[in-house]
Design a protein around this ligand. Structure first.
Ligand code: TXA
Ligand code: MG
Length: 338
């Protein structure tokens, strides 16, 4: 640990576990160090990084006291440490401009993980950390995922075992202390944000269904994120049985064409399918298990050489919003409604 904190202070990158996913950290005040993050990930430099702190007192170094509203305080009390990133107006001249990608705001959170907190405390500096994956690949929920993507490109890696939440933090921004905008759905649900801010308006994120495909095989590719290497599409319909019947037929057809087929489903439905790889990604009755297992499942389709896969949609409520947001991105927005 002391060694990892030393690396951070010396301007190296260190991957570390948080309660959401593994992050790739660097001293957020050191431009050379932050540049190493973008290089290691192959990340476009117009996408700003989240800054991680260990203690709420560090906030004063980064954000003017006058910019911290009563809603901010309520949110921090309710959800920090935890998977909520709050976008604040940034104090000038403290953070590397690479962290904010030229914006006048910065996203900040206190992670809820003992290894992360100890590292941040020992390092003493604010730590910029995006997810520790190569840009475009599923975020890492195990240290071995970080190694798969970044071995040889980073200064250090702390192995803290599997992360808990499994999808990234919810990113929010307040407007005029009255309206909360969810910029990215994540580990904290819209419902719990509403409960923490009675009387304020909570704007839910735009749904990711923008590029629905009319015909089942339309590529529907705008951009992909978290994407497995094979072709992936999401399937939804009136009943789970109808969805399963469609998926099975589609996979059988793909199999005849020589594809290695896969299906991402849930414990309740896993026995319904025959494919080269059937992954039961958690249980529909416990969405937190789906979130925890999703990125690992997407990576497994790759390690098993699956070239064609269907994913069953899950209900888009509560944590399901974050789960479906990641699934749509992984599928390049390819959606079939049956
Ligand atoms: O759970 C997490 O948030 C993980 C762990 C490591 O903390 N980190 C993470 O970072 O997911 P990253 O870089 O993969 O995602 C950061 C997200 C991006 O969608 C980025 O656009 C948004 O936060 N973001 C960062 N700063 C922002 C800002 N000033 N305004 C708006 N969005 C911002
Ligand atoms: Mg990321």
């Amino acid at each position: 640990m002391t060694q990892a904190a030393k690396l951070l202070r010396e301007g190296e990158t260190v991957a570390f576990p948080t309660e959401t996913v593994y992050g790739l950290g660097a001293d957020a005040t050191n431009t050379k160090a932050v540049d190493q993050i973008y290089k290691a990930k192959g990340r476009p430099s117009d996408n700003p990084l989240i800054v991680h702190i260990a203690d709420i007192r560090q906030l004063n170094d980064l954000v003017a006291a006058s910019a911290i509203t009563s809603s901010h305080r309520r949110l921090m009390e309710a959800f920090w440490p935890g998977p909520l990133t709050i976008v604040f107006p940034v104090k000038e001249g403290v953070l590397s401009p690479l962290v904010t990608a030229g914006l006048s705001t910065v996203g900040i959170r206190i992670p809820d993980h003992p290894v992360a907190l100890e590292l941040l405390k020992e390092a003493g500096c604010p730590v910029a950390a995006p997810s520790a994956n190569s840009s475009g690949r599923p975020s890492p929920t195990l240290a071995v995922h970080v190694r798969e993507d970044l071995e040889g490109k980073i200064g250090g890696l702390l192995d803290g075992g599997p992360t808990g939440v499994g999808v990234e933090s919810t990113v929010i921004q307040m407007v005029d202390d009255n309206e909360l905008y969810i910029l990215r759905p994540g580990g904290i649900t819209a419902e719990s944000l509403r409960a923490a801010l009675p009387g304020k308006v909570v704007h839910e994120p735009q749904k990711e269904t923008l590029h629905e495909s009319e015909a089942p095989r339309a590529p529907g590719m705008k951009y992909t994120h978290y994407a497995p290497q094979g072709a992936m599409q999401i399937v939804m319909g009136d009943t789970p049985q109808a969805v399963a019947a469609w998926i099975q037929q589609d996979l059988d057809a793909a199999k005849l064409q020589g594809m290695r087929t896969g299906v991402l489903t849930y414990e309740e439905h896993a026995a319904w399918y025959q494919a080269d790889l059937v992954i039961a990604c958690g249980s529909l009755s416990r969405p937190e298990t789906i979130a925890r297992e999703l990125y690992g499942a997407l990576r497994r389709f790759d390690t098993e050489g699956i070239t064609y896969m269907n994913a069953e949609a899950c209900p888009e409520e509560g944590l399901g919003q974050a789960i479906m947001n990641r699934m749509y991105k992984a599928a390049g927005h390819s959606l079939v409604q049956v």
